[in-house]
Design a protein around this ligand. Structure first.
Ligand code: OSB
Ligand code: MG
Length: 372
């Protein structure tokens, strides 16, 4: 059976601002609001949605919101509008000559996957190769005083989140993890340093071996696979890479050098679902478990993450916790909330969530329309 290709008729690029319920603190700084680009691609009466995960400042990776908006308006959207694509790989091939900018290309890639799944009248998870009605989820807890962290861990253990991830930084590491482990001897725990240590901290990082952590996420520099390989040889706890993995080539280098024994796939960081699938398949071939991270996404990015997490290689709980932990009100009609540490997959074609247009209008900072 041959299907007609999908022609992208037009696009809408919004800049959206959602206040956070509480400040989120990680080693690189504190976030109090989520500002993100939201892309709508239109084809034959259907709409597909993609969310950008870049920050306003280059504090996680290099891409920033202002640059992404400009690149999208000036290069990527003019390139795809008016063109037809039979599948998401064709679109990825068109953008392939351009280097980097994985978060920006990821917005287009994910919006097109959503559109394509809708054109087939299938859930996104089905066209990605996943299955199941819900996924196991963990939670990522920002940096705070030990007492307060113990209370937050208790609250989320009570909600049956499947893994608790503690953000750490120098001065908030061994004592914090030791206190949490003492109070919660059997809870699956991990830590995420967001690149704040160096090899000079190897001894402290080795001390974390005492706490049966599932893994240590991104302890060293955001762009340094080599030093992570050196560190992994010095410590027993598996290293999980986040920032270092932007492409399947990065994943291959990390796995082959022994820099990572676990990989965090964030669709928004690696260029969307097309590259996520490649990384997923590579990791499966090397017997490396993967899980789906998050970037405090709205319901659009969150729904994409949930569908992706239903693929078989995602054997560890992800970070896609309840949206209400971050936002008083989300921009989607469907509320993405976990029950007993399980996040339901939004049913229906594509990502399975609709934009709450009235609310979205009140949190939109700007709107660009490109094409008809
Ligand atoms: O490193 O995983 C990270 C949030 C912002 C930037 C980086 C990270 C995170 C999280 C939050 O850990 C995950 C989430 O709940 O979306
Ligand atoms: Mg991380």
């Amino acid at each position: 059976m041959t299907r007609p290709a999908l022609r992208i008729d037009s696009a809408e690029l919004r800049l959206v601002r959602l206040p956070l319920v509480a400040p989120f603190v990680i080693s690189t700084g504190t976030v109090t609001e989520k500002v993100f680009p939201l892309l709508t691609l239109r084809a034959g009466g259907l709409e597909g949605y993609g969310e950008g995960v870049m920050d306003v400042l280059p504090d996680y990776l290099e891409e920033v919101v202002s640059g992404a908006m400009a690149l999208m308006r000036e290069l990527f959207l003019p390139l795809v509008i008016g063109k037809s694509f039979a599948n998401p790989q064709e679109l990825a091939t068109l953008l392939a000559p351009w280097r980097g900018n994985q978060m920006t290309r990821g917005m287009i890639d994910m919006a097109f996957w959503d559109l394509w799944a809708k054109s087939l009248d299938l859930p996104l998870q089905t066209v990605l190769g996943g299955s199941g009605e819900a996924i196991d989820v963990g939670v990522s807890l920002g940096i705070g005083p030990i007492d307060n962290t113990l209370q937050r861990v208790a609250a989320h253990v009570a909600l049956d989140y499947k893994r608790i991830k503690l953000k750490i930084k120098p001065g908030h590491d061994v004592a914090l993890v030791s206190a949490v482990r003492a109070a919660f001897p059997d809870t699956p725990l991990s830590v995420d340093a967001n690149s704040c240590y160096s090899l000079a901290d190897s001894a402290m990082l080795r001390d974390l071996d005492d706490f049966a952590l599932d893994y240590i996420e991104q302890p060293l520099a955001w762009d340094d696979i080599h030093d992570h390989a050196t560190l992994q040889a010095r410590i027993a706890t598996p290293i999980c890479l986040d920032e270092c993995i932007r492409t399947v080539a990065d994943a291959r280098k990390a796995v082959q050098t022994g820099a990572a024994r676990v990989i965090n796939i964030k669709a928004g960081r690696v260029g969307g679902h097309t590259e996520s699938l490649r990384i997923h398949d590579l990791c499966a071939a090397f017997d490396i478990p993967v899980w789906c991270g998050g970037m405090l996404e709205s319901g659009i990015g969150r729904a994409h993450n949930i569908h992706l997490s239903t693929l078989p290689g995602f054997t560890k709980p992800g970070d896609t916790s309840s949206a209400s932990r971050y936002f008083h009100r989300d921009i989607t009609v469907e509320k993405l909330e976990a029950t007993a540490g399980r996040m339901p997959v939004p049913p229906g074609p594509g990502i399975g969530v609709m934009l709450d247009q009235d609310f979205l209008a009140t949190v939109t900072l700007s709107t660009d329309r490109i094409g008809a």
